[in-house]
Design a protein around this ligand. Sequence first.
Ligand SMILES: Nc1ncnc2c1ncn2[C@@H]1O[C@H](COP(=O)(O)OP(=O)(O)OP(=O)(O)O)[C@@H](O)[C@H]1O
Ligand SMILES: [Mg+2]
Length: 510
Amino acid sequence: MEPILEMKAITKRFPGVLANDNVNLDLYQGEIHALIGENGAGKSTLMSVLFGMYTPEEGEIFYKGQKLDIDGPQDAIELGIGMVHQHFMLVPTLTVAENIILGSEPKRGLKIDIEKAIAKVNELANKFGLQVDATAKVKDIPVGMQQRVEILKALYRGAEVLILDEPTAVLTPQEVEGLYQIMESLTEQGKSIIFITHKLKEVLRISDRITVLRKGKGIGTVTTSETNQKELARMMVGREVLLEVEKEEADFGEVLVEVSNLSAFNDRGMEALNSVSFQIRAGEILGIAGVEGNGQTELVEVLTGLREATAGEYNLHGDSLYNHSARKIKEAKVAHIPEDRHKHGLVLDYTVEDNLVLGYHYREPFAKGINLNFNNLAEHANRLIPEYDIRPQNKEALARSLSGGNQQKIIVAREFDLGPEFLIASQPTRGVDVGAIEFIHRRILEQRDEGKAVLLVSAELPEVISLSDRIAVMYEGEIVDIVDAAEATEEKLGILMAGGSLEGGIANGS
Ligand SMILES: Nc1ncnc2c1ncn2[C@@H]1O[C@H](COP(=O)(O)OP(=O)(O)OP(=O)(O)O)[C@@H](O)[C@H]1O
Ligand SMILES: [Mg+2]
């Protein structure tokens, strides 16, 4: 059988960066082909070349035996190539149906036939098992549904080859499961999929073959059934990676963080946090487990001054931070790795250097009076960029031009470096590669071992279990139980996360 698609010797440069260096990739009809590699390895670039967003300096693409001359995404779409981007590109104020048909609307005279559009969207949704609410506005639907809308948008345009760029990074484990079923039903119906992800377990489960990129070069293509996590990690990073977390015995000190009966509303004015209480000691990591949307986001927002609480207490070292401003809370040495790095963590049109002090720039040593001290800013960047392996090593680069995972590393570097007493880490390893996960995990443990308090919110249960000392489970805005991490398993946490209780109990709420 001939491949349906072949990319041959693709080379793509950006100023100062060789993003794709002589890369080959082929795809068979009905195949799920995973594309993996470290942050900045060139995955999104290669797929953007295929989708006509970038013109490569060298190389050729063959599709169904024909050499392609793709000039822009419109050409790719007409050929039957669809792409779901790493960062969603939907228009929030339009409805689901409007977003899906945008650019290829069915017309009645000069007017858009919205009834017909909705009918067609529903028909496609049923055919592929992609449940969406065609008349809802995109800004009001959860990310899992947004993901399905993006896929429907590509299918609506007749995509035969579907590119999914990190489709699971923003999904809950339940939504991920749903996505796999969708991917399988798509390939059963003859579609072919290229799938980018950092999650090696997912790759091994869902793909037929795997192509690995490292620093812009193709390292090889392997058959999924003949490989394993360790080999893939080595191919990606070029060395052995610790897939397990090595943790020293904890040495707890006094209580640093004390939260009592904290309550808050969500954006729609409904109760999202209901009388939440916990303590974190010096040298302790408290993990928060829960199905997304059970109050974790609001809890972090209240603790970082991004949302007002309606009742309760919040003390650090015995000093109240209750309903203080985000800036005051930051000054009290509460660091925050935010869940949504584009909303709260970075200014994409600022340089890496400026982003490395974002929110701290008004302070010494970066500022004296009203003047910024540019030497110190530069020194700070020159030190952190290699230390946190931010690529490319260019402090003048705009954050926008960095790959997704390298953007996350900027935030991590800044928040760790400014010496927190209390570190709040939300989904800290989302979208970063295995090497960076290992590094971030080690850094979080270092904070703990230096006697800091850490609150870790993560949708990845293995991450919560391996890093935390104790785990608080949230359900419908409440902490339903706090368990000892040493005794926690995914099954036990799963029961609590679904609102169940543990008979006999493994509770240890200190
Ligand atoms: N528009 C751009 N301008 C300049 N450099 C870019 C641009 N897009 C990507 N790069 C650079 O090209 C390299 C490859 O980036 P790419 O986004 O393809 O990585 P990736 O493998 O998708 O990484 P991640 O897993 O972090 O998403 C990186 O060094 C990145 O900084
Ligand atoms: Mg990418």
